[in-house]
Design a protein around this ligand. Structure first.
Ligand SMILES: [Zn+2]
Length: 149
């Protein structure tokens, strides 16, 4: 999960795990698969508590990633090198690398909107134009290949 910008204390992480655990236990009536009563979160085994923390964080990061993609989606539209404006440029590869999660992402066709795994940056435009979404221009490294024609 490196590359995510959210910072939480361990206490806050455990709290999320407990919320998820309590929801699950409420749903199944505090009974485990072998019929035993499920213990309160603080009495649960360490590895099971950590598992619930992991599950809660996994969901939270995915929500945060989607939110970031939405937020950045329309915020910036850089380097609009449409074939009409730049007839002399032929796009071979439309690729950037995210400087937060190091994900390398490629837009392969005109409406192929691709986001990195942390959601900070996106590419679009395929071989027709270079479109980037980001928060800061330094968020990504340009890796595209184009040639003059
Ligand atoms: Zn990223």
């Amino acid at each position: 999960m490196e590359g995510y910008i959210i910072t939480m204390t361990r206490f806050e992480e455990i709290e999320l795990g407990e919320i998820a655990y309590n929801e699950y236990c409420d749903y199944v009536g505090w009974v485990s698969i072998n019929g035993d009563e499920l213990p309160k979160f603080h009495n649960q085994k360490e590895n099971i508590k950590n598992g619930w923390v992991k599950a809660a964080l996994g969901v939270m990061y995915e929500i945060e990633r989607k939110r970031k993609i939405e937020e950045n989606k329309w915020s910036v539209d850089l380097t609009q090198k449409t074939p009409d404006n730049f007839k002399s440029t032929k796009i071979i590869k439309n690729i950037i690398k995210c400087n937060f999660c190091n994900d390398v992402i490629e837009s392969k066709h005109r409406h192929d909107f691709v986001s990195c795994k942390c959601g900070r940056v996106s590419v679009d435009g395929g071989k027709d134009y270079f479109k980037r979404s980001f928060k800061e221009p330094t968020d990504y490294e340009e890796m595209s290949i184009s040639e003059d024609i």
